[in-house]
Every structure is written in C-alpha cells, then in structure tokens.
Ligand binder design. Structure first.
Ligand code: FES
Ligand code: FES
Length: 150
C-alpha cells in the first residue's frame, strides 16, 4: 500500500506493508537518525514528532501517518546541534545515545510554549531512558536551554 506524508517539510510517498512500523519505514527511506533501542516503547530512542507531538516510532503503524507531518532529527538539525553543544557546556552529555529522541521532545516542548516546572519537565521526559546521566544534569540543562530560548 502507498501512503502520503510530509517528512521534515517535504512530501513523501511511502510504499509499505499494512503492519509496518514507522521506525522501520523511516530507516528504509534513509532517515538514518531514527534509532531503535528497546523496540518495546520503553526507551524513547526512536522518538519522532507526528504533527508536532513526540511518539515512539517503534510502535507507530506507518499506515497511521497518512496525511500527517513527521519530523525526525534531520528536520531539526540546527537545533539538535545547539542542544548537544549546550549539553556539553552544562556537563550533561555523556554517550549521547539518548540525545536525538530528547532533542525532538525538547523541540516540541519549545514550540508548545507551555510553562514548566522541574517536576513537570521530568514527567514530560519520562519516556526517555538515559543509562548514563542520572537525569539531574540533563533536566537542569534543558531548563536552562528552554529559559534561554524563550
Ligand atoms: S525503540 Fe522505541 S521506545 Fe525504545
Ligand atoms: S547520555 Fe548515554 S544514554 Fe543518555
């Protein structure tokens, strides 16, 4: 079956099987930033944005993306780089495996312009596992980043 979507601002037609998952489709169509860690919606590494909201692409049927706008890290490359640099400056960066998914969630949060506290930021990012950081340094760095960005 064929579906039409917009990926990072460009119209794309994907030729898929009905049971195909979006992480697999995007990788097949060379969106190489899309990674998988757990394959069970537990780690957040495969996060992408669908119509501006973060979703785990390892559990999202590609067929559901018909007519929707998808954003991968390739679509927010400048912001992802800025955030990675900021994490480095703040001492919040370690192996970086979790960074692409977190960058997309932070981007969505920034666009939403919602106010946040440390507690609701922790709640918002609960789907992103980080095996290195212990989260405290990341949360502080993201708070500063969003504060700077507003
Ligand atoms: S690979 Fe999708 S949440 Fe872990
Ligand atoms: S920095 Fe290593 S998994 Fe998050």
């Amino acid at each position: 079956m064929k579906i039409e979507t917009v990926v990072n601002g460009h119209k794309r037609i994907f030729d898929i099987t009905p049971d195909e998952l979006l992480a697999d489709t995007l990788k097949r169509y060379d969106y190489t930033s899309v990674r998988k860690g757990c394959d069970t919606t537990s780690c957040g590494v495969c996060t992408i944005l669908v119509d501006g909201s973060p979703v785990p692409s390892c559990a999202y049927l590609t067929a559901r993306a018909e007519g929707k706008e998808i954003t991968t890290v390739e679509g927010i490359a400048e912001e992802a780089e800025r955030l990675a640099e900021h994490f480095g400056d703040e001492g919040a960066d370690q192996c970086g495996f979790c960074n692409p998914g977190i960058a997309l969630s932070v981007h969505a949060l920034k666009l939403s312009r919602k106010s946040f506290t440390e507690e609701n930021l922790r709640h918002y990012l609960v789907g992103h596992l980080c095996r290195c950081s212990g989260y405290q340094s990341q949360i502080k760095a993201i708070q500063r980043y969003l504060g700077d960005a507003k």
